[in-house]
Design a protein around this ligand. Sequence first.
Ligand SMILES: Cc1ncc(COP(=O)(O)O)c(C=O)c1O
Length: 452
Amino acid sequence: MRMIDKLFSYFFEAPSRKVATKFGANRVVSISSGVNHLSLPTHLRELLHREIDTGTYLSSYTSPLGHDLVRSCIAVYENRLANMEVFNLENIAITLGSTEGIFLAFLFLVTQKEKTSVLTLGPQYPLIFDLLERAGFRNIQECINDSGNRFLPSSEEVVSQIATLNPDVLFISVPNNPTGEQYSIEDFTRIVDAAINNRCYIVIDQISTDLSFHPRQEFINYIEPLAKMEIDRIIRIDSLSKKRGFSGARFGYVMSSDELTSFIREYNYRHILCPVMFGIDMVSVDIFYRSYLWLKSKYSDWDNEKSYNILIDSIEDMYGSKFNCVADCFTESANISSYQTELNSNVKILFDNEQFFRSKIGSEVAVTDWKAGFNFMAKLPYGSFDQYQFAIDLFETAGLRSFPEACFVLNEGKNIHSDQAGIWTRISVAEPSTIFEDAISRLDIFLRKTRI
Ligand SMILES: Cc1ncc(COP(=O)(O)O)c(C=O)c1O
C-alpha cells in the first residue's frame, strides 16, 4: 500500500476519532491539504446564486462535451493566449474535474494510439500514478531532480532523459504540485523542442496556473511554445478546482484534437455520463474576464470598449449565436475591477501565510522555489527520516494532517530528499490566515519539542 493511502486511512478512519476528541473536531486541520480554501470573488458568487434562483442550468442536462457557452469562452481564451486560432468548439471537452480529463487523456493514448511509456517530470499529485496505471501504461518513469532544494528536473536533464528513455508521452504539471516550482519559458521551450524531435505527446496539467493577480505571482504563458506542436500531440488539462476554490463542482476541461474530444464524447455516451451543468455562467464569466485582462496586459493601446466588443464577437462566433443569459454580467467593467482586486487579496493571503511560515518555523528551514500555485515544500526538522512516523506523530501530538515527500513520488524508496535533518512536507497556503497561523504555531511547538 502506498504511503499516501496509508496516511489517508489513518487520518480519516478510526484513529482520527481519538485525535478529534483530543483537539476538538474542527481543530484537526491539514497543513498539506493542497486545496484552495479562499473565497470566490463576490461577483462570481452572485452569479452562482442567480443560477440557483433562476434554475437556468440546474434543471437540464447537456451534450456529452458540455455546455457550448463555457466551451466557447474557453476556446476564445486559449486562442488569445496562443495568439493564433488553434482551438474551436470541437477541441474542448468539459470533464468531471481535471481528474476525469487526465484519465481519459491517458486512456485515449493507450487504447487509441497504442502508447505504453510515459515520463513524469517532478513529484506529482499522487492520483496521477494511479490514473496512469489504470489507463494501462506499462512503463511509467519519473524524472526528479535529486539535488538539495530542487525537485523539478532541469531542462537539460529532461532533454537527456527523453533521449535515453524515448518515452511516448511526457506528463507535466505547471506549476508543480507539491513544490510550486515552474519552468522558465526558455527551459520549457527546450523541453517542447525535445518532445517534438522525439515525436512525444505532451500531457500538461495547468490546474494551478492563473493569470498574475499580484506582483509576486508568476504567470508563464506556456501555450506559445506548445502552439508549435501539432495539436493532436498536445493534451492540455485544466479545471476551476484550484484557481477558484471550486473543487466540489468538479468543473474540469480538456483541450486537444477533435479526435480526443470524439473519444470523450463516445466514452460519455457509453458510460451514460453528463458533464456538469452548474456554474456555467460563473465559469464563462471567469474565463471571459481572464481573456479581457490578458489582452489588456498585452496591449498598451488597449481600448476597453473596442476590445470588449472584439472579445464578445469572438465568443458569439464560436458559440454560433447571441447569448443573452450572461451578456449583462460581461458588460460591467466595475465587476472586472472588483474581481481583480479580490483575487489580488487572495494571492496576498498566500504570500502573507508563506511569510508567517518563514518567520515562525525559522529562516534556516529549506523551502522549494515557490513561483506559483498554492503549495510549496519545506524541510521540517525531525530527529528521524521515517516520513510515515513523522506524519503520524504530528497528527497525534498536534492534531495536524500532513503529506510528506514520499506521497508525491512513484518510487517511494528512491528520489527522496528527506534525511536525518528533516522531512520534506507539502505546505498548503491557500487557507484563511487565522486557520493557517494557528496550524503553523502548533507545528512550531511540535518541531521544538521533537528537536529537544
Ligand atoms: C496537479 C493536480 N492535478 C489535478 C488535480 C485534480 O483536480 P480536480 O479533479 O479537482 O480538477 C489536482 C488536485 O489536487 C492537482 O493538484
